[in-house]
Design a protein around this ligand. Structure first.
Ligand SMILES: Cc1cc2nc3c(=O)[nH]c(=O)nc-3n(C[C@H](O)[C@H](O)[C@H](O)COP(=O)(O)O)c2cc1C
Length: 391
């Protein structure tokens, strides 16, 4: 297997995740100290300059987002870590939290200082009860050591809804309401949890911060693709030899990911397609495998980087079957708030079941294409990702 570049997973396998002393001995919490010696605007500028962009799917510049909350006057602000990780085939946040929870806590505390918040929440998916235990122990140890100062962190558990990974549905869920996305704007950095400025960042985004503050923005900005610098933690699944988590610079190509890290196609079969970024990502054919796995390059070929799930399919996969399963997932997970999604995912799944049974026709094909673009609200962007014509 080709060599990885580990920034987020730098402590993976090297320290005992449940022993804060090992994290501290490895240099842990020095970055928080350094961050607190800087002025808040300088710290935010440093994060902006590093080019770090969200690792949860939307790829927004992290420092810029923090700036919105910093510049909003309020008596209370919040830092929320999105650990919902509901995207099928994605398990990178679990690996980060299981192996190095203190990196995440340190990253959140750096954000807390930057925006002027003394309260953080980690929203962890309900399917990870053992991760919640790890996080609670890590928080307990950090509090006992006093390393977080006056920054408090609590864990909140999801209840199995995919849509609760969307930041505003997640906020609704923490508030105790049903997990449904809010219409935007306003965006959470200005009006978020309990109406207060709130930064929601992904686990991997936060876990990058200690290294960025320690080594500096220029160091980070020089790694990988310039428009989306740093590394990306990817989860490899499907018909390849090595199904595993890897961390690679963002200028690594999809072909390198599959063949140099993933060990190539299992059983010597031929490659058919790869889906990156989770269930709503596009299918990438062989001809596009030399695309870099950075956010912009993926967007340029009509695909997504998303959460970094890499699902590889060999020549024996029936694509209608794959798509039918995906629509079944979306039908099941639609929160029901918006009619096109609540009704549309159901109709879509019905049609795909007919196609799978060999009963499809060109009329239904046209209906499917029309239906897939019918999401005028764009509350959560599950259904379609770009603004589409209304019908
Ligand atoms: C349906 C849906 C599900 C999402 N699920 C997740 C998730 O599981 N984890 C995550 O970090 N972001 C998820 N997101 C993206 C979040 O809304 C948000 O952009 C992200 O948490 C921001 O953090 P970042 O800037 O660090 O990426 C999801 C978005 C949508 C529309």
């Amino acid at each position: 297997m080709a060599e990885e570049m580990r920034i987020v997973l730098r402590n993976y396998g090297k320290i005992d995740p449940l022993n804060i002393d090992e994290y501290i001995n490895a240099g842990g919490y020095k970055s928080l100290e350094k961050a607190r010696s800087m002025s808040q605007p300088d710290l935010i500028e440093e994060v902006k300059k590093s080019g770090l962009r969200g690792r949860g799917g939307a790829g927004f510049n992290t420092g810029t987002k923090w700036g919105f909350s910093y510049n909003t006057k309020a008596d209370q602000k919040y830092v929320v870590c999105n650990a919902d990780e509901g995207e099928p085939g994605t398990y990178k946040d679990r690996i980060i939290m299981e192996n190095d929870p203190q990196s995440l806590l340190e990253g959140m505390a750096i954000c807390g200082y930057a925006i002027g918040s003394d309260k953080g929440y980690i929203y962890c998916r309900g399917e990870y009860p053992y991760v919640v235990e790890i996080l609670n122990k890590a928080i307990e140890q950090a509090k006992a050591k006093g390393v977080l100062g006056d920054f408090d962190i609590e864990v909140r558990m999801g209840a199995g809804a995919y849509v609760c990974g969307e930041e505003s549905a997640l906020i609704e869920s923490i508030e105790g309401s049903r997990g449904e996305p809010r219409f935007k704007p306003p965006f959470p950095p200005v009006i978020g949890l309990w109406g207060k400025p709130t930064i929601v960042n992904n686990v991997e985004t936060f876990a990058n911060l200690p290294a960025i503050i320690e080594k500096g923005a220029d160091w980070y900005a020089g790694i990988g693709a310039s428009a989306y610098p740093g590394t990306k933690v990817l989860t490899l699944t499907g018909d390849i030899n090595n199904r595993m988590v890897i961390e690679v610079p963002t200028d690594t190509t999809i072909r390198e990911v599959i063949f140099n890290y993933g060990g190539g196609m299992a059983g010597g079969k031929k490659f058919k397609a790869v889906q990156i970024g989770g269930t709503s990502g596009g299918f990438i054919p062989e001809a596009l495998l030399d695309t870099q796995i950075d956010f912009n390059s993926m967007g340029a070929i009509g695909a997504t980087l998303g959460s970094g799930a890499v699902f590889v399919m060999d020549e024996t996969r029936d694509m209608v079957d794959v798509v039918e399963k995906i629509t079944k997932f979306f039908e099941h997970e639609s929160c029901g708030k918006c009619t096109p999604c609540r009704e549309g995912t159901k109709r879509m799944h019905e049609m795909l079941k007919r196609f799978k049974a060999g009963q499809g026709n060109s009329d239904e094909m046209a209906r499917m294409e029309r239906l897939v673009r019918l999401c005028p609200q764009h509350a959560c962007a599950v259904w379609v990702r770009q603004p589409q014509p209304r019908y």
